[in-house]
Design a protein around this ligand. Structure first.
Ligand SMILES: C[C@@]1(CC(=O)O)C2=NC(=C\c3[nH]c(c(CCC(=O)O)c3CC(=O)O)Cc3[nH]c(c(CC(=O)O)c3CCC(=O)O)/C=C3\N/C(=C\2)[C@@H](CCC(=O)O)[C@]3(C)CC(=O)O)/[C@H]1CCC(=O)O
Ligand SMILES: NC(=O)c1ccc[n+]([C@@H]2O[C@H](COP(=O)([O-])OP(=O)(O)OC[C@H]3O[C@@H](n4cnc5c(N)ncnc54)[C@H](O)[C@@H]3O)[C@@H](O)[C@H]2O)c1
Length: 212
């Protein structure tokens, strides 16, 4: 089994070339769009859901069969055709500095893509190292239920609150205690119930150092 190294890549405006325009390409595009990658799909055909994205300029569609020069400038490459020979040709054409994902042969991949739940800045990813993509999907669905949509607002609040705490307190015990206090479970509950005033009051008390 490969022990993959998990990282979150800043792929903004970098080129990702996806060879093949079917189901798998559609899944990969969906996870690349929020990361603002510059997405190029090379394929004679395009999945129905990708067509409007190509028309709107959110992805670039090269309506053709794969050629080696399609990989020029690609930071990441995804070989996702339904033809093993073509996927092999993509792999062979990749330069040593380009990372490639083979949708049909995980053992050949430089990287694999996890199942992902996004809640604003909170990103939860699940991988089984390729052992069972279906299990990765199931765990993702369980996580999506546990960390529901409220977490987006909650984590954004924590982000702002953390900035205010670090601006107010120098590095040291006071700052550490205040940052810990931000994990008070009531803050999540007040976010959920829309009691923003209570959330704000708690933060103000924390910043002014008054005991509750
Ligand atoms: C998580 C997810 C994210 C995504 O696609 O971005 C993802 N696969 C998903 C679903 C899924 N894929 C497959 C099924 C059918 C059931 C089954 O076959 O088991 C289902 C289930 C379904 O669709 O419900 C078939 C399949 N997948 C791979 C192979 C080839 C092989 O194993 O060699 C085959 C056989 C193809 C064939 O038969 O020819 C390979 C990979 N699939 C991966 C990721 C990487 C490892 C992830 C991990 O760490 O576990 C890896 C290694 C490479 C990669 O794609 O990066 C996404 C969940 C989407 C979501 O809900 O979020
Ligand atoms: N990684 C995963 O999660 C996963 C899931 C299911 C299947 N798969 C594997 O991925 C492969 C692709 O699956 P899919 O469901 O997207 O298939 P699909 O049939 O929906 O799409 C295949 C695409 O490849 C294109 N294509 C064919 N020849 C090409 C060429 N020479 N140049 C460029 N594009 C070409 C087709 O036009 C089509 O758009 C499958 O064969 C399977 O082995 C992987």
């Amino acid at each position: 089994m490969t022990n993959y190294f998990p990282i979150h890549i800043n792929i903004e405006y970098k080129t990702v070339v996806i060879v093949g325009g079917g189901h798998v390409a559609t899944q990969k595009v969906a996870s690349l769009l929020p990361a603002k990658a510059s997405i190029v799909v090379v394929s004679p055909t395009l999945h129905d859901t990708l067509l409007p994205l190509a028309q709107a300029g959110q992805i670039t569609w090269r309506e053709k069969a794969f050629e080696a020069r399609d990989l020029d400038d690609a930071s990441l490459i995804i070989a996702a055709t339904n033809d093993t020979k073509v996927n092999e040709a993509v792999q062979e054409a990749a330069q040593h500095w380009q990372l490639i994902n083979r949708a049909d042969a995980q053992g050949e991949s430089d990287f694999i893509t996890p199942a992902t739940v996004r809640r604003g800045p909170l990103v939860l990813t699940v991988s089984t190292s390729g052992a069972s993509p279906s299990l990765a999907r199931k765990i993702k669905e369980d996580l999506a239920e546990q960390f529901d949509a409220v977490y987006e607002d909650y984590v954004c609040f924590l982000q702002q609150a953390r900035l205010m705490v670090t601006a107010k307190f120098e590095k040291g015990d006071k700052r550490r205690v205040a940052l810990q206090a931000l994990l008070e479970p009531s803050l999540l509950e007040w976010t959920r119930s829309g009691e923003i005033d209570r959330r704000e009051a708690y933060l103000q008390q924390l910043l002014t150092g008054e005991s509750r």
